[in-house]
Design a binder for this molecule. Structure first.
Ligand SMILES: *Cc1c(COP(=O)(O)O)cnc(C)c1O
Length: 372
């Protein structure tokens, strides 16, 4: 007997509630120089050693990768003074966030994150059948008390981006500790420290210290930002043994590919290249912030490799119109309406030419408004 033709497979209801992630645009228009500053990519590019390791890995693509990513875990461990068996690697840290949701959320369990937090937390929570619980962020700052107030018996996971993307704000170590101490022991605290290497604040800590002393906290990191390997998809996490054990059970056996492992090892070894990326940001982050503010636009303090530009601070300013205006001049920024910030655009710190191009285009846009 054949099934009625109108029948077709239907995905789980919670999956259909996911608004698909929209990546930063990559094309501004034809026939002009384009400055892609929409995905927080590193303008210096990867270490030449990492590039070479990737190329060398092409000679043995017929082989499966080492499923344990041993060389990479060893390299991370020695770089940060950690134990290799407390490290797990992923196909981007996004994959690790997804593994966490699958391992710790039963249908209906709650995962807490804040209003302007990284969008992947909602996606991985819904994908796992969990319920997202969103906490207000007054002044675009994470408020630990509000997170603690949102905890219920169903809370299983708290996602904290530190620093957060797209706001660029960070939560000081003492506040992260206070959050952890206020959470029940059965709630897994996920500290997403994708931009940790860029932060220049004495009261910041990436999460390593907290994870080291507890059984209920995990820190995720990425090679996409400071190491400029976004195209390879490579991330890692540091967690207690019980959490690592659970994540290995949901991990695909060969989730990290061989060229990525090789490039990641080489990138970690090239400290000088990493420091150049940090130095570049140390110079341009305050420079871009200051000059865009001088044009009259609001720019919240950021500790990452990106800034938000607020168009509501200028009479007649509009983020959507500004995005079109900048795009027509080859400057591709990121709309962040999906993050609850409809009058802002996010700009990645680019190379000198790109930064100057955006500042010039913003000045032109500003003048157009003044003359209107
Ligand atoms: C870019 C980013 C990541 C990294 O994602 P990958 O999957 O490792 O490329 C994670 N968290 C935040 C907040 C980010 O902005």
């Amino acid at each position: 007997m054949s099934a009625p033709l109108t029948m077709r497979p239907v995905a789980r209801e919670s999956i259909m509630r996911i608004a698909p992630y929209v990546p930063g645009r990559s094309t501004a228009g034809a026939n002009r120089k384009e400055y892609k500053l929409s995905s927080n990519e590193n303008p210096l590019g990867p270490s030449p050693a990492a590039r070479q390791a990737f190329i060398d890995a092409a000679s043995s693509l017929e082989k499966y990768p080492d499923g344990g990513a041993t060389a990479l875990r060893d390299a991370v461990a020695s770089t940060y003074g950690l134990k290799p068996d407390r490290i797990i690697c992923g196909n981007g840290s996004d994959e690790i966030l997804s593994m966490i949701a699958h391992a710790y959320l039963e249908e209906g369990d709650e995962a807490i994150f804040t209003e302007h937090a990284f969008l992947m937390y909602r996606i991985v929570t819904l994908a796992a059948g969990g319920t997202p619980v969103v906490v207000d962020e007054p002044d675009m700052q994470v408020d630990v008390d509000r997170i603690l107030e949102a905890v219920t018996e169903r809370t299983k996971v708290v996602f904290l981006a530190n620093p957060n993307n797209p706001t660029g704000s960070y939560t000081p170590a003492s506040e992260v500790k206070r959050l952890r101490e206020g959470l029940p022991g059965n709630v897994l605290l996920v500290i997403d420290a994708a931009y940790a290497e860029y932060v220049r604040k004495n009261d910041y800590e990436s999460g390593i210290e907290l994870v080291a002393t507890r059984e209920d906290t995990i820190m995720t990191r990425t090679f996409s930002k400071i190491h400029a390997l976004a195209g390879l998809r490579l991330g890692w996490a540091y967690a207690p043994a019980n959490v690592i054990d659970a994540l290995h059970r949901v991990r695909g056996p060969f989730n990290v590919n061989a060229p990525a492992i090789a490039a990641g090892v080489a990138a970690l070894a090239d400290r000088a290249h990493m420091e150049r990326a940090v130095e570049h940001n140390n110079y341009w982050l305050p420079e871009v912030t200051r000059r865009v503010r001088e044009l009259g636009f609001g720019v919240p303090d950021s500790v990452g490799n990106f800034v938000l530009i607020d168009f509501s601070t200028v009479p007649g300013g509009d983020a959507g119109e500004a995005d079109d205006f900048l795009g027509a001049r080859g400057c591709v920024l990121r709309r962040v309406a999906g993050y609850g910030l409809p009058q802002m655009l996010r700009m990645t710190i680019g190379d000198e030419e790109a930064n100057e191009a955006v500042i010039a285009a913003l000045a032109e846009y500003r003048e157009g408004l003044a003359g209107a």
